[in-house]
Design a protein around this ligand. Structure first.
Ligand code: SAM
Length: 264
């Protein structure tokens, strides 16, 4: 049956997710930079009306003027499913409405657009509403890649394993994963910070862990004496990079190196 809402003459603009990196505008890729200056209309996320947008601020710090028709979309930080659903459908409907005018839209994303970012969900809902919309994702530097670089450490070397998880799964899971991975990146660590600190102290991993907040921004904070954070209300844009040098590794079954090159 033909879809009676489908209009074959409708030409939509493209929806482009532009990753801006985690705070330092120097980390915007050339492709992202070009998209911002392409004449596409800007959309940027905010948590509540009249609030500043962290993503927009990165572009502004990079020296770009905010186009007068740039528009904010509100994505509230709440667990209330009803409020969330309403906000999401409002944001998606508005995005489709703007795309229907035929002009490309760039959606500004903090960090990398494919990593725990609003853009993935927005693009999905927009495609549900308007399947003909073309979506492009411009990749970028994630918060944890920038954090590792900031403290001159590696996320993984040689046969190391590393995992990136939202800390919200709780300390029992983190405790377990510390046995499985050489490096753990704990995102969204704010609500569990004290519990995580207790765990890292218990496991003797305080010295090989680092807390990084708003990496690359003017408000960046790097804390290596992580116990000093106990009881503090840290910013949502913060993560913990944990290395477990004591991890007992399993045997490698098959690597990329020839057998003779593998350590005995
Ligand atoms: C919704 S996720 C966004 C991840 C982002 N798309 C990325 O590529 O890193 C938000 C979480 O990412 C981490 N994060 C994002 N930006 C950060 C920054 N500038 N500094 C430190 N952590 C950051 C924090 O753990 C925060 O709670």
């Amino acid at each position: 049956m033909p879809d009676k809402n489908h209009n074959p003459d409708q030409r939509y603009g493209r929806l482009i997710g532009v990753s801006l990196g985690p705070g330092d505008p120097q980390l915007i890729t050339r492709r992202g930079w070009a998209a911002l200056q392409s004449g596409a209309r800007w959309l940027y996320p905010i948590k509540k009306a009249e609030e500043r947008s962290y993503a927009l601020d990165i572009a502004v710090r990079g020296g770009l003027a905010v186009p007068p028709d740039a528009e904010a979309l509100v994505f509230p930080m709440t667990r209330n499913a009803e409020i969330l659903a309403k906000a999401w459908s409002r944001a998606a409907a508005r995005t489709v409405e703007l795309l229907a005018a035929g002009r490309d839209l760039v959606f500004l994303v903090e960090g990398d657009a494919s990593t725990f970012a609003t853009f993935g969900h927005l693009a999905r809902v927009v495609r549900e509403l308007a399947p003909d919309v073309e979506v492009e994702t411009i990749p970028g530097v994630s918060s944890f890649a920038a954090a590792a670089a900031r403290i001159n450490t590696t996320l993984a070397e040689e046969d190391d394993t590393f995992a990136v998880i939202p800390a919200a799964y709780g300390v029992a899971l983190i405790d377990h994963l510390l046995d499985e991975f050489d490096t753990l990146i704990l995102l969204k660590v704010k609500p569990l910070l004290d519990e995580v600190l207790d765990l890292l102290e218990r496991r003797g991993l305080l010295a090989t862990s680092c807390f990084i907040e708003k990496v690359g921004s003017p408000d960046e904070r790097v804390v290596s004496d992580i116990l000093s954070l106990k009881g503090e209300k840290v910013n949502y844009l913060s993560l913990m990079l944990v290395k477990n040098p004591k991890r007992v590794r399993g045997e490698l079954r098959r690597g990329c190196r020839k057998r003779a090159e593998l350590p005995a």
